[in-house]
Each structure stands twice: as C-alpha cells, then as structure tokens.
Design a binder for this molecule. Structure first.
Ligand SMILES: Nc1ncnc2c1ncn2[C@@H]1O[C@H](COP(=O)(O)OP(=O)(O)OP(=O)(O)O)[C@@H](O)[C@H]1O
Ligand SMILES: [Mg+2]
Length: 315
C-alpha cells in the first residue's frame, strides 16, 4: 500500500494480514533466520514500582520521523518507554499513533514506501541497525492488533505457532507452553476442553485474548497493542485491562487507545499526539505534544492542546 486512501483503520487491518502472511512464509522455512547480536535482558520477575526512575529504558526514541513515500506522517518524536510499565499513545485519528507503534517492532518495514528517520534504541541497541534482523526484533517485541486475527487453525495450533517457528518440537514442551500462555492470557479455563477446535469459533473477546496468548507464547519482552479493545464489549474490555495490569510485571506494554478512560485506568505514562498542518504540503503531520506520567496528563497537563483533548473539547 503506497497511499493513505484507505485510511488508518484499513492500514492497520492490512498490516495484520501482511504479518500473517509473513508468519506463514516463515512457518514453511526450514532454517531459522540468523540471529543477530541483539541482546535483551532477562525478563523481570517482580513488578517494578510504577514510575520508578530506576526502571530501565526499553525504547529510546530520538527525533523519530516517519514517512510514507514523500509524506511525513509524524515528525521528531522523542520518548523513553520504561520497562514493566504500560505506556499509552493517545490522540486524534491520523496523528500517527499506529505509525509510531509499528516503528517499535519494525512492522513499518512491511509497508512499501514507509521510512523511519532518527534513532530508536531498544535496550541500547539501534533497532534499525544494519546487523539487526527485523524478524528477530518481532520475536522480542510482539504485537496485538485492533481486530483479533487468529489464524484459521485450532486454538492449540495458534498458540503453538510461534514456539514451533522458533524450533520447539517436543509435544510435552509445546503442551506446557500452550497451557502457560493461555493461563497468562486468562483464557485457559474457558478453552482447556476444546483446544483442538477452531479458533474462529471463539467470541471476539476470547479471540483477542488468544492473540495475546499467541503473542506471549514466544516470551517477548514487549507487547505492542493497537486499540486491542475497540471491537470488544465493556466486560471483555475489562478482562483485557485486568490482564494487562497482571502481565506488566513480566512485559513492557505500549498501547494505542482512543478510550481516555482506558488510558487513565491502565497506563503509567501517556504520550499525547496531535496533528499540525504542514504549510509546504498542506497535509497534516503528527506531532508529539506531551509525554508524562498518566496522572499528570489527565490532571494537570502542561500543554493546552492536551487539556482540550483529554477533557473532550478537541478531537
Ligand atoms: N500505509 C500507509 N500508507 C500511507 N499513509 C499512511 C499509511 N498508514 C498511515 N498513513 C498515514 O499516516 C498518518 C498517520 O496514520 P496512523 O494510522 O498512524 O494514525 P493513527 O493516529 O493511528 O490514527 P487512528 O486513530 O485513526 O488509527 C495518516 O495521515 C495516515 O493517513
Ligand atoms: Mg491507528
């Protein structure tokens, strides 16, 4: 896709399709893609106190701009995402939330014409370094999309997919991983007796938790979520939010949401983006307005645009 004519929602759906295709291709590969010198510290066992200054910076974005061909979609973003926190991206439609999120696991690489300028460090390593494999990046940094996108396979095979691609073959090992991941996604009790049935027969909320289970089965250190609850009812949404709070002791989570209450409820820090008219092209470019602890963003933001947005007077 080289134009934005389909709008952002379709762009997201299209990207998820691309990812499925890539998974399928990868499943048929006999050799593992070469692993780079990419190093990720062991996953923290304990919850790091929210907003502790001691918590490690997972992503450091420095002057990050993203282009779709000649169009500058987002400009000069500077953000530090901390370990074991939930970071929310909020802002009006088209301000670049999904675009920046996709940069964090190099999903934009799959979009023709997409280009990232600036620097994104992941645990101190340049994410876009020439010796870094995008596939390996996506193993460490999983993604859950707006629309649940289970593979047309059984529940078991969906969760076992990533571990199998990573070379896990033994049945008992796979069984263990599947159970652990489904428990981690608060889904085990609901599906333990129907693991071999199609994932497509599950409810939307169950499918989304299955996608979270599939993401955590490869034990990533980060999970990116692009509006994961937008298609879910309040009960399923609450389950996913509880789940996020539970698993953040083991993962770092970045979530895009249009739901202000959700951002306020679950996130530790919030980045507010908006759009500015680019006088040269007359097109809108996304900018980061403010990035701060969530409480601050919602109670005393430092920028009037943030205040107008979070109080519902803009966007
Ligand atoms: N694949 C693409 N090709 C070209 N332009 C794109 C593509 N994806 C997004 N854009 C454009 O980049 C800008 C930012 O889009 P993005 O999808 O990141 O916004 P968003 O903040 O996630 O919006 P929404 O809240 O509606 O999902 C928009 O102008 C959009 O039209
Ligand atoms: Mg989006």
């Amino acid at each position: 896709m080289t134009t934005n004519a389909d709008g952002p929602t379709n762009a997201t759906a299209e990207t998820s399709t691309v990812m499925t295709t890539e998974y399928d291709q990868k499943a048929s590969m006999s050799d593992q893609e070469s692993i780079t010198n990419f190093t990720v510290p062991a996953v923290a066992e304990e919850t790091v106190a929210p907003l502790s200054d001691r918590s490690e910076t997972v992503f450091a974005l420095e002057d990050v701009s993203v282009f779709y061909s000649a169009f500058k979609a987002v400009r000069e973003v500077n953000i530090g995402v901390r370990a074991n926190e939930i970071t929310a991206f909020i802002g009006p439609s088209g301000c670049g939330k999904s675009t920046v999120l996709r940069c964090l696991n190099r999903m934009n690489d799959l979009i023709p014409g997409a280009r990232v300028e600036g620097r994104i460090n992941f645990y101190g390593t340049d994410l876009y370094g020439s010796d870094v494999s995008a596939t390996e990046v996506r193993r460490h940094i999983g993604m859950v999309f707006q629309k649940p996108n289970p593979f047309p396979k059984s529940i078991y095979d969906n969760v076992a997919f990533g571990p199998r691609v990573n070379g896990v073959k033994k049945k008992d090992e796979l069984d263990h991983l599947v159970e652990k991941s489904l428990k981690g996604a608060a889904l085990w009790d609901e599906v333990k007796d129907r693991l071999k049935t199609s994932a497509l027969g599950m409810s939307g909320g169950q499918q989304q938790r299955l996608c979270i289970a599939r993401a955590i089965a490869v034990e990533p250190s980060v999970i990116l979520m692009d509006e994961p609850c937008s298609a879910l009812d309040p009960i399923a949404t609450a389950r996913i939010e509880d789940l996020m709070k539970e698993i953040k002791s083991r993962f770092t989570i970045v979530i895009v949401t249009h739901n202000m209450q959700q951002a306020a409820r679950v996130s530790d820090r919030t980045a507010f983006f908006t759009t500015e008219i680019n006088p040269a092209s007359d097109r809108r470019t996304g900018v980061l307005v403010e990035y701060a602890p969530t409480k601050q963003i919602f109670s005393h933001p430092s920028d009037i645009r943030t205040e107008q947005y979070v109080t519902g007077r803009f966007g």
